[in-house]
Design a protein around this ligand. Structure first.
Ligand SMILES: [Cu+2]
Length: 174
């Protein structure tokens, strides 16, 4: 390419890039939220702790924020699980981990004594398979279907309650 055609190519790429960005901004978004308490655990836990989960799905990318406080003991991992209220099910997305339970690459660290953890850019590659529940790894549409059906819950695991100290049903809407 001569310098003139390089310039022309760059201008074209810029226009295309702007078009893609505009399309992304128009993509449908789904918002999700959960209020976490010990009473939603199975079996329930009498815990002074509460938590809040908020997520936004834009196109095929998810971002989330998880906040919790007043846990009995350090939090060492949190996930989204596949199970109806009061039913325990498998993990399909790691929300945060720790040195003891780091989770897959890209998993942020849980604030052990309470606080907020967030992550953006969650994609299909981050969805874990649950073979016993027929969810395949990378099945983002399947994970979304679980969430919109009301079969997903956020669970925060602490050292005193490794099975989970607070959990909350994920609700979704526009
Ligand atoms: Cu979990």
């Amino acid at each position: 390419m001569n310098p003139k055609s390089i310039l022309r190519f760059a201008a074209l790429a810029l226009v295309l890039g702007l078009t893609v960005a505009a399309t992304n901004a128009d993509e449908a978004t789904v918002s999700m939220r959960a209020k976490l308490t010990g009473f939603q655990e199975s079996p329930p836990k009498l815990s002074p702790s509460t938590g809040r989960f908020e997520a936004t799905l834009t196109g095929s990318t998810l971002s989330y924020t998880l906040t919790y406080s007043k846990l009995s003991s350090p939090a060492f991992m949190a996930h989204i699980h596949f199970g109806q209220p009061a039913v325990n099910g498998g993990i399909f997305l790691w929300l945060c981990g720790s040195a003891a339970a780091p989770g897959p690459a890209g998993t942020p660290t849980c604030p052990p004594d309470g606080g907020t953890v967030s992550r953006s850019g969650v994609t299909a590659a981050d969805i874990q398979g649950i073979s016993t529940q027929n969810l395949s790894a990378g099945d983002f549409a399947g994970a979304l279907s679980i969430i919109t059906s009301g079969d997903a819950y956020v669970n925060v695991h602490t050292t005193a309650f490794p099975g989970g100290e607070i959990r909350g049903l994920v609700r979704s809407g526009d």
